[in-house]
Design a binder for this molecule. Structure first.
Ligand code: NAD
Ligand code: UDP
Length: 338
């Protein structure tokens, strides 16, 4: 029996493939490479010394997906496939709804018709919106997302909940990620953004290898300790291990369970810059510029539920994240294209 990973060539997916293979699971991967490449999966094989099947497949392609289910014995799905750029989602809402929601609907239908009713879904802290107070707890009201990307996560959570209400044989875990950063310690896989990075850590690492001149910090007038925004950065390997725990969980029980995957600690943008400099003994020039539209001042998790029910806790600290991010970037200055 295998775990089917959609979007497995992506940043979080590839790290999760490594942890699953190392934990002894068999896996099958599907990705359309809209934001990744098969080289990431070859590197997963290199790290783990294990082989697995992967398919170039868009999850909206019902017959291709059905064929994968027919060719393999799939017990559960981890569903990463999706578009994730907040800004782009405001320009292309239809594409985001079509890909993320449309893709999920096809996947769920194919799963159901093949008798597979166990799924772990990549949700996001963005579903907590701008009105809740930190730290975010799973029981808080959601529904105030500020961009189409966030709304796709919220709707998909709702679809999965409705599906369980209609058929309580389903077993669903919704994982709300905070800010995944860092890379596998081998430096063979990591985050590989297209073009100018939107997110803080890949921008910093590109400055560190001279691809960008300096970091532009979006605002230092927030009501935080140093005026810059606070986020809960989590090492991608810790996050990947969280998925193993979630898979163990869906094997044991039906229902819909929601877990925050974060460290529970908030760091400011300046904390990240200073830690990166210290961990890698390198300077990161920066300039303070205006706020980025849609940013909230603070976002960090209460991660107690994942510890209590899944036995999962993030182990790596911000220095580990900065060191591993730099290791990946310096070994692969052009990502997988070098
Ligand atoms: P990523 O872009 O690196 O990975 C997503 C993968 O899905 C890519 O390999 C892409 O090619 C693939 N994909 C997209 N649409 C597809 C489709 N229709 N069919 C098949 N494959 C498709 O992103 P990531 O950072 O690894 O994120 C994985 C998941 O976690 C996404 O759903 C994302 O929204 C969610 N998430 C990410 C973050 C983050 O900060 N990275 C935070 C919260 C949630
Ligand atoms: N940020 C920044 N400069 C950049 C990228 C990000 O100052 O080039 C800030 C951003 O405004 C936010 C924090 O870093 O305050 C984290 O941003 P990221 O996009 O990584 O995560 P998100 O805000 O989506 O949680």
């Amino acid at each position: 029996m295998s775990i089917f990973i959609t979007g497995g060539a992506g940043y979080i997916g590839s790290h999760t493939c490594v942890e699953l293979l190392e934990a002894g699971y068999d896996i099958v991967v599907a990705d359309n490479y809209v934001n990744s490449c098969p080289e990431a999966l070859e590197r997963v094989k290199k790290i783990t010394g294990r082989d697995f099947k992967y398919y170039e497949c868009d999850i909206r392609d019902r017959s291709a997906l059905d064929k994968i289910f027919k060719e393999n014995s799939i017990e559960a799905v981890i569903h990463f496939a999706g578009l994730k750029a907040v800004g782009e989602s405001c320009q292309k809402p239809l594409e985001y709804y079509d890909n993320n929601i449309g893709g999920t609907l096809v996947l769920l239908d194919v799963m159901r018709s093949n008798g597979c009713k166990k799924i772990v879904f990549s949700s996001s802290a963005t579903v907590y919106g701008s009105e809740n107070k930190v730290p975010f707890v799973e029981t808080m009201k959601t529904g105030t997302t500020t961009n189409p990307y966030g709304t796709t996560k919220l709707y998909i959570e709702g679809i999965l909940k409705d599906m369980y209400l209609a058929d309580n044989e389903w077993s669903v875990v919704l994982l709300r990620y905070f800010n995944p950063v860092g890379a596998h310690k081998s430096g063979l896989i990591g985050e590989n953004p297209n073009g100018i990075p939107n997110n803080l850590m890949p921008y910093i690492t590109q400055v560190s290898v001279g691809k960008r001149e300096k970091l532009y910090i979006n605002g230092n007038d927030y009501p935080t300790k140093d005026g810059t925004c606070i986020r809960d950065y989590i090492h991608v390997v810790d996050l990947a291990i969280g998925h193993i725990k979630a898979v163990e969980h869906i094997m044991k029980k039906t229902g819909v369970d929601i877990y925050n995957l974060g460290t529970g600690i908030g760091y400011s943008v300046l904390d990240v810059v200073e830690t990166f400099k210290r961990a890698n003994n390198i300077d990161i020039p920066y300039e303070i510029v205006g706020r980025r539209a849609g940013d909230i001042a603070e976002c960090y998790a209460n991660a107690d539920k994942a510890l209590k029910e899944l036995g999962w806790k993030a182990e790596k600290n911000l220095e580990d994240m900065c060191r591993d991010a730099m290791n990946w970037q310096s070994k692969n200055p052009n990502g997988y294209g070098n």
